[in-house]
Each structure stands twice: as structure tokens, then as C-alpha cells.
Design a protein around this ligand. Structure first.
Ligand code: UDP
Length: 497
């Protein structure tokens, strides 16, 4: 730990360091940022007070996690501001709860909260601001207040570097995309092995103009100009990319993950988790169950959902499958399916305690969409994965999982895959059954991926243990912020934010 400063004395002089955390309206961002706030407060309880700045319905989602931290004596609190009126229903304040056709309203809400954030930050004048990547404007208000502003990235380093690199050749990609969606692009400038990806699997903002393509450069510029960047990852998962990121993407980079730690107290992390599934898991043999979950807002068609149901049935393996509640309103399950699979399959409608599920000894594989949190949580739990990316940077994360960190394999390689759902082929039941049955049936591939996942889990544990790399980065972050306050950054001089 870089303890060049007597932090206890500094904290004593200025009172607890008051750090404000501003997550955006996406559950996969809200959850790890809440974990981060709790981790920072727990690391140095006498020196830090963490405040989650959220809208009311999002406050409800994080309430159990915050309450637990408070019960442990850590200074974590919640400050609410109103969710902007963008024509969404009462209490619909994050991507999970909004219907897919209303997602644009959520993105619009993220753009128009700037004045609320600014007045709240001026009123409360925190010592430091940690803001989600989309809230780039917090750099300006931080500069005005003379306090450090850090970017929190809920995406991994490998994907960030790849997307930033591809952004530099975006006009070439756009020129060729309509003619050759299947063209393999080699990601320029990435350290390590060559990574190639077809245009059809790139995030939309690299291929077309959308809300993100307009803001991407601004987000990146503010990230680089800001005090530093915090990422939920651990160095052993993303070498050599972490070094490169430190070199080119941030004035200070803190790799603090994995932030989510499975325990009984994380059962309601990010939502009202169905805890009965853990008792069900306990009735199954060690490493026998396939966990199937596609994050907080999958938008599967009824056809795809039914193929998945039939595929899991035909695999003849025990499974635990999380189905979003709004998918359940349709006739998603084939006639008689639930009765046929009742003895070996469990469907959770809504929200599962994913961290606890992955940590359960009966879970042997994870079918995942490769959302960053899920990738990190699987690696940290030592569970090998079967990849089924859907949108955004998930196809890039898949490359990390299958080609670099090497603890997963694809569910399906046979048909047209695309980040744009309308261009993607439905993954057929037979392919799903084949992938699941052959993986769970054992053999060289499973042994290799399992061994690698277990090795990563060991390294993740070491990273967050006392004096591990992520533990040190949390402490370095606190030291740097205390030092910034002590050296007069709080008065708005010397250090540029
Ligand atoms: N999650 C959960 N229960 C669920 C679904 C998701 O606890 O039923 C958590 C999961 O553990 C992860 C987050 O929600 O922390 C999802 O983030 P990820 O980046 O994997 O996917 P996203 O939802 O952003 O697509």
C-alpha cells in the first residue's frame, strides 16, 4: 500500500472523507457501484463515509446491501434525487424494469439528470465524486468544487481497450459494415494475442450512429482528464490489458475487483432474490447443475425462450434457469414442459441470488450472456462457462473468456450470430442440448476449463485478501483521495480534475 501520508491523522484533521457515488440507471452498473461504496467504507471505517446518490426506486434495489453495511458499522448512506419525467411508469427507473421498447427513455433520463446532479453536488460539496461512465459532466462540477472526480467503469479492461481501439477505425467499419457484416476485423493495437471479431458482433455504436456513439468520445476524454478510473476487475484476469490501460487510458487506474463476494448476506443484492433455489441446489450432487442466467435485462423472443426450454429438457442435465418475470407473461414454455422437467429443473421467475448460486458446490457450469459482472463472478467462483452473448460488449467479453482467460466455450458456433437481435438466428434446441450435455458429461474440455476457472478463483481470492492487488488498490484510492484533500485540491488548486 502506498501509505506516503498519515491517513488517520489526515482523516482526523478533515473529518471522514466524504465520497459520493453516482451510478446510472442500469442494474449491472448500480450493483457493482454499491458494492464498491461498501468496500471503500469497510476498508477504512474511521476515515471514509460513502454516499450512494440514486433515484427512489433504485434506492430500494440497493437498500439490503446498504443496510447490511450500516449494520456492520460502516458509514454508507443513500441520498435520493427525483427520477426525471421521461414518460415511464411509476417506479420504473432502471433498464431491468423498463420494457425493451422504452429503453430509449432510460437513456434519455441519463442525459437529462445533469442539472439535478450539479445542484445536489453543489449543495453537499463532497470530498470526492465517483461517477458512472455515462455521467461525464461530473468532471465540470468537480472542477468547480475543487474535488477529485473518478470514473467508475462497470465493463472490463479488455473490452474497454478493444472498444476504444475499434472506435478509432469506426468510419472504416461503417463503410464496410453493410456490405460485409461477417468480415473478420482484427482489433488494432491490443497487447497480447491477436483478437478478431466479425463486424456483426460489434456493439451497435461502433457500426451505426446511436446514443452512445455521440457520447463515447466525451466519456473517454473525461475519463482521461479526470482524477482516475476505478474498474471492477482483478489484474490476473486481464493481464496484459491492465498495464496497457494504466498507460494510456487513465491518470490513475484502480483495479478493485471482484467487488461482489458471495455470502448469505448477499442474497438480496440488486433485487429480491429467490433464496429457495439454494435449498433446491443442495439436493443435487456436487457440480451437477447448469446455471442459466442472462443478466438483468435480457430481451429474448418467445421463440428463443421456447428453444432454450426444449434444449435444456433434451440435455437431460439438472438445471437452474432464471427467467425474467416479463418473459413469463407469454406462453414461453412448451405444453407440459414444466411437468416433464420438474424432477431435475428449476425455473426462477424474476431474480436469483446469482453470487450465492455460483458459489454453491452443486453448480458445475454457467450458461451466461457474458455481461461483465457475470463473467467476473463466474471466474471468481471458479465456475466454467458456456457463452451466449447477446448485445453490447458481450461478444468481446466472450473472446476474453474463451480465447484469453480460457475458462469457457461457446454454446453455439453453427449459425448467424449478431449483436443486432433482428439479424441473429435463433439458437436451436438441439445445439443447446448438445453443448450442455457434452460439457456436463465430462471429458478433457470440461476438466481443462474447470481447472482454469478454479485457478482464476484462487487468484481472485488472493486479489481481495489483505495485501492482495485489489485490496491494495482500494487502499491506494483512499490514500490518494485523502492526500488530494490534504494538499489543497479541495480548495480547487493545483491538481487538474
Ligand atoms: N443478477 C442477479 N440475479 C439475477 C440476474 C442478475 O444477482 O437473477 C446480478 C448478477 O450477479 C450481476 C448483475 O446482476 O451482478 C448483472 O450484471 P451483468 O453485467 O452480468 O449483466 P447485465 O445485467 O448488465 O446485462
Amino acid at each position: 500500500m502506498a501509505a506516503a501520508v498519515d491517513t488517520a491523522a489526515v482523516a482526523g484533521a478533515g473529518g471522514r472523507l466524504r465520497v459520493f457515488f453516482l451510478p446510472s440507471f442500469i442494474r449491472g452498473h448500480l450493483i457493482p457501484q454499491t458494492d464498491l461504496a461498501c468496500r471503500v467504507a469497510a476498508a477504512r471505517p474511521a476515515e471514509v463515509e460513502a454516499t450512494m446518490v440514486v433515484t427512489p426506486a433504485n434506492a430500494a434495489l440497493i437498500a439490503p446491501t446498504v443496510a447490511r453495511a450500516a449494520a456492520a458499522g460502516h458509514a454508507v448512506r443513500v441520498l435520493c434525487y427525483p427520477f426525471p419525467d421521461v414518460g415511464l411508469g411509476e417506479g420504473v427507473e432502471c433498464l431491468t424494469t423498463a420494457p425493451a421498447h422504452d429503453a430509449w427513455r432510460l437513456y434519455r433520463a441519463m442525459e437529462i439528470v445533469q442539472p439535478s446532479h450539479e445542484s445536489l453536488l453543489r449543495d453537499h460539496h463532497p470530498d470526492a465524486i465517483v461517477a458512472d461512465a455515462p455521467f461525464w459532466w461530473t468532471n465540470e462540477v468537480a472542477a468547480e468544487l475543487g474535488v477529485p472526480r473518478l470514473t467508475f467503469h462497470p465493463v472490463g479492461i479488455f473490452a474497454l481497450l478493444a472498444m476504444n481501439s475499434l472506435f478509432t477505425i469506426r468510419s472504416d467499419i461503417i463503410r464496410t459494415s453493410s456490405a460485409a457484416a461477417g468480415t473478420l476485423l482484427s482489433v488494432p493495437g491490443l497487447p497480447g494475442k491477436e483478437i478478431a471479431i466479425p463486424v456483426s458482433e460489434l456493439p451497435n455504436f461502433l457500426v451505426q450512429d446511436d446514443h452512445l456513439s455521440k457520447g463515447w468520445e466525451q466519456v473517454r476524454a473525461c475519463q482521461i482528464a479526470g482524477f482516475g478510473v476505478i474498474v471492477n476487475t482483478f489484474v490476473d484476469l486481464e493481464q496484459p490489458y491492465c498495464e496497457e490501460f494504466r498507460r494510456v487510458e487513465a491518470r490513475r487506474a484502480y483495479f478493485v475487483g471482484p467487488l461482489g463476494q458471495p455470502s448469505r448476506s448477499t442474497l438480496h443484492r440488486g433485487g429480491d432474490g429467490n433464496v429457495d433455489c439454494l435449498s433446491w441446489l443442495s439436493t443435487k450432487p456436487s457440480r451437477s447443475v447448469v446455471f442459466v442466467c442472462f443478466g438483468s435485462w435480457p430481451d429474448f423472443s418467445v421463440t428463443q425462450t421456447r428453444e432454450l426450454a426444449l434444449g435444456l429438457e433434451a440435455s437431460d442435465q439438472p438445471f437452474l434457469w432464471v427467467v425474467r418475470s416479463h418473459d413469463c407473461s407469454d406462453q414461453w414454455a412448451p405444453e407440459g414442459w414444466e411437468q416433464r422437467v420438474a424432477s431435475r429443473g428449476l425455473v426462477v421467475r424474476g431474480w436469483a441470488p446469482q453470487l450465492a448460486v455460483l458459489a454453491h458446490p452443486s453448480v458445475g457450469a454457467f450458461v451466461t450472456h457474458c455481461g461483465w459482472n457475470s463473467v467476473l463472478e463466474a471466474a471468481s467462483a471458479g465456475v466454467p462457462v458456456l457463452t451466449w452473448p447477446l448485445v453490447f460488449e458481450q461478444f468481446i467479453n466472450e473472446r476474453l473468456v474463451t480465447e484469453v482467460a480460457a475458462f469457457g466455450a461457446r454454446v453455439w458456433d453453427g449459425g448467424r450470430r449478431s449483436e443486432r437481435a433482428e439479424d441473429a438466428e435463433t439458437v436451436p434446441a438441439e445445439a443447446i442440448a448438445r453443448a450442455v450435455a457434452s460439457f456436463m458429461g465430462g471429458g478433457e474440455q470440461r476438466d481443462r476449463l474447470k481447472a482454469r476457472a478454479e485457478e482464476l478463483a484462487e487468484r481472485a481470492r488472493a486479489a481481495v485478501s489483505e495485501d492482495g492487488l485489489s485490496w491494495r488498490d482500494i487502499n491506494r484510492l483512499i490514500d490518494d483521495l485523502l492526500q488530494a484533500r490534504a494538499s489543497g485540491l479541495a480548495q480547487g488548486n493545483s491538481v487538474q480534475v
